[in-house]
Write a protein that binds this ligand. Structure first.
Ligand code: SF4
Ligand code: SF4
Length: 335
């Protein structure tokens, strides 16, 4: 691994909720935001790091001997002195029980493309493809552009999930022509709340959203994470519904709160926010918020797509309809 190379911490094969059909989702490391509710906290840092799972440790001491930086101290509950760790991964290589795992691997472009093309048949039969996520994939613009161009030459459908904090003109010129879908996250409408809870002002994100809407609205799917005590308030949802509506969107993906990031924070040495719940949001409360958002958005019917939105000729199911004989096509709010 060379300094500055883009790292990937997971490739999720046969993913069913990152776009249409069966997909491979590629998770990049590195994000310009620092949301404390993130369900992929291992994506925040750009560099490689090591996760430690204490219950798996056999106490063999191999990691301590292998570490060239003296960054392993067996007596410490968290095992690593992270300030000394360079992410070289030698400890994880010698650990016999996978108690230590390297997070972040560099794949040369052709290696990554070859891995992704293994599942081409699944993409073809399901109308799927590849989704780039993270972290923030656009942090690695050159690499991403090359991978996307190669996939396009192979006829593979491509989607990207983004926090929207990127140089928008570069995105429009280099990435937008190579993707079929852009899942664009909107989190908090109030700029002060956004800066306080994500570490960044939201003006660049909202400007990018407006620019992309003008450029290719048909490719954009706005998404809002429902985070208790953060984004999932009536004031915020109403303001974001109005913003999305003003941009001419009739659909928006409300993402169910995922507390899975809290446990992950511990194994990579991050503190855990005390005010975030460790369980999913109460179903009744979430239903109320979804109804409220739908009414604020357009006052139209609400559908829930179990897999993904319908396409012409697709056999994918759309169920849990609230009313009407046919699945409504106006608003899709996905779990
Ligand atoms: S990743 Fe490298 S530097 Fe960090 S603890 Fe393991 S062996 Fe030491
Ligand atoms: S190498 Fe793995 S099993 Fe052995 S002491 Fe280190 S963390 Fe524990």
């Amino acid at each position: 691994m060379t300094e500055g190379q883009p790292l990937i911490f997971n490739i999720h094969r046969l993913a069913m909720d990152d776009g249409p059909g069966l997909r491979s989702t590629v998770f990049f490391k590195g994000c310009p935001l620092s949301c404390d509710w993130c369900h992929n906290p291992e994506a925040m840092k750009t560099g490689a790091e090591v996760a430690f799972f204490p219950k798996l440790c056999l106490g063999c001491g191999a990691c301590e001997k292998a570490c060239p930086e003296g960054a392993i101290e067996p007596e410490r509950a968290e095992r690593l002195i992270r300030a000394r760790c360079t992410g070289c991964g030698r400890c994880a290589e010698v650990c016999p029980s996978t108690a230590l795992r390297l997070v972040g691997i560099y794949y040369p472009v052709q290696d990554l493309v070859s891995l992704l093309l293994r599942d081409r048949i699944y993409y073809q039969v399901s109308g799927g493809g590849v989704t780039f996520s993270g972290g923030e994939p656009t942090l690695h613009l050159d690499y991403l552009e090359t991978v996307l161009a190669t996939l396009r030459s192979e006829g593979i459908h491509a989607a990207i999930q983004t926090c929207g904090y990127f140089p928008v003109e570069a995105f429009v010129e280099r990435i937008l022509p190579l993707v079929d879908l852009v899942f664009f996250d909107l989190k908090l409408y109030n700029p002060e709340d956004h800066a306080r809870l994500t570490g960044r002002d939201n003006s660049m994100i909202f400007d990018s959203f407006t620019r992309l809407t003008l450029e290719a609205r048909e490719k954009i799917i706005p998404r809002i994470p429902l985070v208790p005590g953060r984004t999932a308030t009536r004031d915020n949802l109403q303001a974001l519904a109005s913003f999305v509506n003003d941009h001419g969107y009739g659909r928006c993906d409300l993402k169910t709160y995922n507390p899975g990031g809290l446990g992950k924070r511990l194994v990579i040495g991050m503190s855990v926010p005390v005010d975030l719940p460790e369980s999913l949001m109460d179903v009744k409360r979430e239903d109320e918020l979804r109804e409220f958002f739908a009414q604020s958005l357009a006052g139209e019917e609400v559908c829930r797509a179990e897999y993904f939105f319908q396409q012409e000729g697709s056999s994918r199911r759309v169920d849990k309809r609230r009313k009407g004989e046919e699945p409504c096509r106006s608003i899709f709010i996905m779990r």
